[in-house]
Design a protein around this ligand. Structure first.
Ligand SMILES: CC(C)(COP(=O)(O)OP(=O)(O)OC[C@H]1O[C@@H](n2cnc3c(N)ncnc32)[C@H](O)[C@@H]1OP(=O)(O)O)[C@@H](O)C(=O)NCCC(=O)NCCS
Length: 173
C-alpha cells in the first residue's frame, strides 16, 4: 500500500536517507557528495524545526508497504539559500518553492508515485491558501532534486525562463 504523510518534527526519523541528512538546499557554499553525511542529521532537524515554526509543514514522506520511499521538501525560497546559485531566474518571494521531489527507492520509480506526491502537495498547498508554486525543473534529465521538466509540464507548470537546463517553472494554484 502506498501512502503519503506530512512529516511533523517528531516524525523526523521517518524521512528516508539520504534526505534526512542532506543539506544541499540549506547551504550555499561548495557542495559535493562528501558533505552528504549522517552527522548532518542534527543540523537538518534544526532547519526542519525552524521552518515548521515559521512557515508550517514543509516535508512530506511517502511509504510503500510501510517503508519510507519518497520525500518532498518545500517552503518559500528564502529558506533554501542554494536557490541563489541557479541562473534561470530567482523564485518569487510569494511562491512556495519545491526544493526536492524524490523517490529514493530506485525500483519504485516509474509507477506514478512521484506524480501522486506532487498532486497531494499541490492540493495541500491550495488548502493552506497559497497561490503559486515554483521549482527549478531539469530539461535534459530526471536527475535533479525536484525531477524532470516533463513531470511539471504535465501538471500545468509554465516555464518562466527557457535559457538554462534548470528553468524556473511556476504554477498558479
Ligand atoms: C523524478 C521522480 C520523482 C518521478 O517520480 P516517479 O514516481 O518515478 O514518476 P511517475 O511514475 O509519477 O512519472 C510521472 C512523469 O514524470 C516524468 N518522468 C519520470 N521519470 C522520468 C525520467 N526518467 N525522464 C524523464 N521524465 C520522467 C514523466 O513525464 C512521467 O510521466 P509519463 O511517463 O507519463 O510521461 C523519480 O523518478 C525520481 O526520484 N527520480 C530520481 C531523480 C534523481 O536522481 N534525483 C536526484 C535527487 S537529489
Amino acid at each position: 500500500m502506498f501512502k503519503i504523510e506530512t512529516t511533523a518534527e517528531k516524525d523526523f526519523r521517518n524521512i528516508p536517507s539520504p534526505c534526512r541528512y542532506c543539506l544541499y538546499w540549506q547551504t550555499s557554499d561548495e557542495y559535493d557528495q562528501k558533505r552528504l553525511k549522517p552527522e548532518n542529521e542534527t543540523e537538518k532537524q534544526e532547519w526542519v524545526r525552524k521552518v515548521i515554526a515559521e512557515f508550517g509543514p514543509s516535508i512530506q514522506t511517502s511509504y510503500l508497504d510501510g517503508e519510507p520511499i519518497g520525500f518532498v521538501q518545500y517552503a518559500p525560497a528564502r529558506f533554501f539559500p542554494r536557490t541563489k546559485e541557479y541562473v534561470s531566474e530567482q523564485p518569487s518571494e510569494d511562491a512556495v518553492f519545491i526544493a526536492c521531489l524524490y523517490i529514493v527507492k530506485k525500483e519504485a520509480r516509474g509507477n506514478g508515485f512521484g506524480s501522486k506526491m506532487l498532486e497531494q502537495l499541490l492540493a495541500d498547498l491550495r488548502k493552506r491558501g497559497y497561490k503559486t508554486v515554483e521549482t527549478f525543473a531539469r530539461k535534459s534529465s530526471a536527475e535533479n532534486p525536484s525531477g524532470p521538466l516533463r513531470l511539471y509540464v504535465k501538471h500545468d507548470f509554465k516555464v518562466k525562463n527557457e535559457e538554462d537546463d534548470f528553468p524556473l517553472v511556476r504554477l498558479e494554484l
